[in-house]
Design a protein around this ligand. Sequence first.
Ligand code: ADP
Ligand code: MG
Length: 304
Amino acid sequence: MSLVKVTNLSKKFGKFTALDGVNLEVNSGEIFGFIGPNGAGKSTTIRVLLGILKASEGNVMIFGKDAWNDAVEIHKRVAYVPGDVNLWPNLTGGEVIDLFVKLRGTNNKSRREELIKRFDLDPTKKCRTYSKGNRQKVALIAAFCSDADLYILDEPTSGLDPLMENVFQECVLEVKKAGKSVLLSSHILSEVEKLCDRVGIIREGRIIETGTLKELRHLTRTQVFVETRKPILDLNQMKGIHEIAEKDQGVNFQVDTEEMEHVMKHISQYGIMKLESAPPTLEDLFMRHYEGSEKTDTGVGGAN
Ligand code: ADP
Ligand code: MG
C-alpha cells in the first residue's frame, strides 16, 4: 500500500519550474531514499508533501488524503526533520523536545531520555548556544520520540559527525522495524545505500530513476583489472565494456553489471592470471547521471 503518492507534481516559482512532473510513491513499511544534488527539488517536493507549498499541478496524497487540503489531519501522523533546524533561541534543547512531543500528544519519558543519551545531547543548554549539529539532534530526538506513521527527513544529518550518523541510522532502522515508513532525502549515498529499500533520483525537478537498490545496481558498472596469458584482442568490441586502459601487464576496464557473466566467460579463454574487481556503487551510477552537469552543484563527491 502506498502511504505517499505523488502524481505528476509540478511546482513553479514565478517563471521558474522547480518541479516538472514528479512521480513518487512511498509504500507502507519502507524506507524510501530521495536523492539528488543541491537544487534538484528535494526540499520543494517535501514542502509540498507537508502542505507548506501548494502544488502548481498534480496530485499529492498522504495516507490517502490531500496534502494541501487535509494538511492538519495528515500532520498528526507525520514527523518531520528539516536539514537546517531553527529553534527558539531562549528555550533549552530539552524544553524544545518537550514542546514538540506535547504538540504531538505523545509523552514517552523513557524514550526521550534514551534518545538524549544516544545522541549525546546536553538538553539543559539554551538553543541559541547550540551548534548546527546540536540543533539537528534536538529535531531528530523530537521526531524519533514521537509515534508517527511517516517520518519525513530532509537531509537530516548534514550537521552530524560520523558517530551520530550511526545513531541516526540505528534510529531509522528502529522505526522501520516498528512498521513505520520513512522518506529520507539525502545526498550522502552511503547512508542511502545502507538504509533504503527503494530510491528515487531527482535532477533538475525530474525523477530520472526509481527502483530498489538491486534494480538500480543493474544500471551500474563493475571496475575490473585483469592480466591474461594471451592479450585480449577484441575487448573493445564486446558489449557492455567501457573505459578500457592498459595498465602494467594487464588491462583496466568497466563492465555493465548485467554483461558481467558473458564478459568473464569470454576473457577466461585468454588465460586469466590475475583478476581484481571493485563492486558497483550507487555513487558511480549517480555520478554518471551527473556527468556533464555543473561540477560544483552536487556536493556528492566530497560529502562522504
Ligand atoms: P534541493 O532541496 O534538492 O536542494 P530545492 O527544492 O530546495 O532543492 O530547490 C529546487 C529549486 O527551486 C532550486 O533551484 C531553488 O533555487 C528553487 N527554489 C526553491 N524554493 C524557492 C522559492 N521559494 N522561490 C524561488 N525558487 C525556489
Ligand atoms: Mg534541500
